[in-house]
Write a protein that binds this ligand. Structure first.
Ligand code: KG4
Ligand code: ZN
Length: 344
């Protein structure tokens, strides 16, 4: 019997991403068209994001089909992000998926963007067995829109154990990076400039937040205030100390996240830890978690490839495939949602 093929469409923010996955969980193609226009505005402009999705999506789908060396009639189902995200951006992807499903008479499968970030851990890694975490595991979901600790009991049974009370960690990265002079999104640039920096040069206080919740708003303000005070004394302070500032900020964020995950493992007795979301591409966060897991043999750590950390089509395709196997399909009347759900 022929292996089934699922098309995945991600359009919840500013990246137009499309992938094709095969039933054996191997990704055949993973196309991403980034929208550079937002750099000029210092953040994503929703109206422009939807316009560019509309322009790019046909191109991305075409490219994904061609590079997978298949034709569209071989695709068995189409999956797309339903939310959370920017409503205009989601509407473009969802409308396209509906038409594609109707045109080819194949099932429509809609996907929660946060769940999809987590389920990248089930994409097959070439020639590696036991590449996915066993259930239950804890996932630190860190992105531009979300900061959560999630207990993953099964593919579609997830419990939120802790969340940010204010800003997401990605927002903290991007806003601090902006003050340091980087363009949007500043997280990857801050990471890059940290490479040659001394992470112990500057100390920033960590927020005290109860249980497994996070707060990054106070931390961000503390960094802003510090930079402001120092820049008053020396207007070249940021320029002179850029790498050390980046490294110090990044290290503090990594420590905040690691401390919370240590708490979560003790509270739940679960020591399988997965990272997910765009911020999990950060080199210092990866290093800190890997190092801690090396010293603490109870910990088993799962970190996605960088191309599967940030928004991508493969995460929607793998989630679509897992739903396809359970025959979880959607009707054509389904509509996107912009807000983060309190539970899955
Ligand atoms: O998951 P994602 O691509 O989109 C959302 O669902 O939000 O995450 C985007 C976020 C941005 O805030 C971006 O600055 C951050 O991930 N990010 C990073 C790195 N790569 C992406 N933050 C720190 N270091 C990185 N290397
Ligand atoms: Zn995302």
């Amino acid at each position: 019997m022929k292996k089934k093929l699922i098309l995945g469409i991600e359009s919840s923010c500013d990246d137009t991403a499309v992938a094709i996955i095969q039933q054996n969980r191997c990704v055949l193609s993973n196309v991403i068209l980034r929208q550079k226009i937002h750099k000029e505005y210092g953040g994503v402009v929703p109206e422009l994001a939807s316009r560019f999705h509309e322009k790019n999506l046909f191109l991305a789908v075409d490219k994904a089909i061609t590079s997978a060396k298949i034709n569209r009639y071989q695709i068995n189902a189409v999956s797309c992000s339903l939310g959370p995200g920017l409503m205009g951006s989601l509407l473009v992807g969802v409308s396209f998926a509906k038409s594609f499903s109707m045109g080819l008479k194949i099932p429509l499968i809609t996907v929660n963007h946060v769940q999809a970030h987590i389920l990248v851990h089930f994409i097959k890694k070439a020639n590696i067995n036991n590449y996915s975490p066993k259930f239950p595991f804890l996932c630190l979901m860190i992105s531009g829109g979300h900061t959560q600790i999630i207990k993953v009991n099964d593919f579609f049974k997830m419990e939120i154990l802790g969340s940010t009370l204010d800003d997401s960690v990605g927002e903290a990265f991007d806003k601090i990076a902006r003050v340091l002079g980087f363009s949007y999104p500043g997280g990857p640039l801050l990471d890059h400039f940290s490479k040659n920096g001394c992470s112990n040069k500057f100390m920033f206080s960590k927020p005290y937040v109860n249980e497994l919740d996070f707060s990054f708003s106070g931390f961000k303000s503390h960094v802003f205030q510090f930079l402001n005070n120092q820049s008053k004394k020396d207007s070249f302070f940021i320029k002179k100390n850029l790498s050390d500032l980046c490294a110090s900020v990044q290290k503090t964020i990594a420590e905040i996240l690691l401390e919370k995950m240590k708490k979560a493992t003790i509270k739940t007795g679960i020591f399988r830890i997965a990272l997910a979301g765009g911020v999990s591409a950060n080199n210092e966060i990866r290093r800190c978690f890997i190092l801690f897991a090396k010293k603490n043999k109870k910990w088993k750590i799962f970190i996605p490839k960088k191309k599967y950390s940030t928004d991508n089509g493969a995460m929607i395709a793998i989630t679509g495939l897992l739903k396809y196997e359970k025959k979880i399909f959607d009707s054509i009347n389904i509509t996107p949602y912009s807000k983060l759900k309190k539970s899955f």
